[in-house]
Design a protein around this ligand. Sequence first.
Ligand SMILES: NC(=O)c1ccc[n+]([C@@H]2O[C@H](COP(=O)([O-])OP(=O)(O)OC[C@H]3O[C@@H](n4cnc5c(N)ncnc54)[C@H](OP(=O)(O)O)[C@@H]3O)[C@@H](O)[C@H]2O)c1
Length: 354
Amino acid sequence: MLVAPDGQAPRLTERNSGLGPISNNKGNPMKAVLCKAFGPAENLVIEEVDSPQIKKSEVLLDVHAAGVNFPDTLMIEGKYQFKPPFPFSPGGEAAGVVAAVGEKVTHLKVGDRVMGLTGWGSFAEQVAVPGDSVLPIPPTMDFDTAAAFSMTYGTSMHALKQRANLQPGETLLVLGASGGVGLAAVEIGKAMGAKVIAAASTAEKLEVAKQAGADELINYTETSLKERLKELTAGQGVDVIYDPVGGQLFEEAFRSIAWNGRMLVVGFAAGEIPSLPANLPLLKGASLIGVFWGSFARRQPHDNAANFKQLFELHAEGKLKPLVSQTFALEKAADAITTLAQRRAVGKLVVKVR
Ligand SMILES: NC(=O)c1ccc[n+]([C@@H]2O[C@H](COP(=O)([O-])OP(=O)(O)OC[C@H]3O[C@@H](n4cnc5c(N)ncnc54)[C@H](OP(=O)(O)O)[C@@H]3O)[C@@H](O)[C@H]2O)c1
């Protein structure tokens, strides 16, 4: 169910309020991973705190599993656009069971299996989430998969559908193709009928992209992206480029774009926000297109709900197979963040809370 009985689509957006998991009110005791000051993941602690009190528009989730995302690595270091008040729990998305429902939330009830975009707070036994950021999980999807699904597949679907208008038969280049959003883009690109060229930094990572359906592979630490793309596209260039990496690959990739091509600016995992000489889009008749899924979901909730309906159908048909490559106990959540930050993850990492 993606549209609530009152006709309002649940929004599944990133939370942008100052809510953390920690309440001044006395709730039940729960275990939570806490960030008490900005710094590396090894500074995180696990403590017993009061569970959150929900507002009228929120639901309380018993967290079963929490997805690990790149923003978690930035948020604990104070390098992300949202800076929650201390102490806070990291963890931007969760899957679990509804434990309590605020009186203004009409599309959910206690006991529902759901996934929620929390922004932060999911590395804890319970988290309070705005009701419009919560969606029921399809019956065929387990909690680990659900915890790994919304951020990456929501982003890549929006990028390829609304932003790039990817067409069957077009070529799609995915940089960082074995990472969270990258691997989702490979699968969704294949499901949309594109020829997918996966690019990544190691042979092992490329093998992961191949298993997800990529047609061609490029190791950009060993091979010139430009030369290989020229060969693979018979000199025509690629129609759509999906870039969650940034850094020096950005301009190199753009120089290989086709006439009428679209380059998607998704993220800057390499740490450097690149710039591009403005004559390049002119000469190529190509577009540089920004992607901000959290904002899209807030501003266009019905379009986002339609995307998730399609994603759940593709999952049920077996066309999307989210890869959870490693799971971590709540006590080891810091290791999960470190693994991601050190570029060692493939697919998704999940913290198992229950
Ligand atoms: N725009 C949006 O709406 C939106 C939504 C979600 C995420 N994002 C952004 O997308 C980016 C990727 O997020 P993710 O969760 O998919 O991360 P991820 O799983 O860690 O994937 C990032 C990939 O980037 C590559 N990379 C290159 N240099 C890196 C470095 N120094 N450190 C880490 N990775 C590096 C890695 O692939 P190789 O080793 O193969 O190069 C890695 O697989 C982040 O910047 C995130 O903030 C944007």
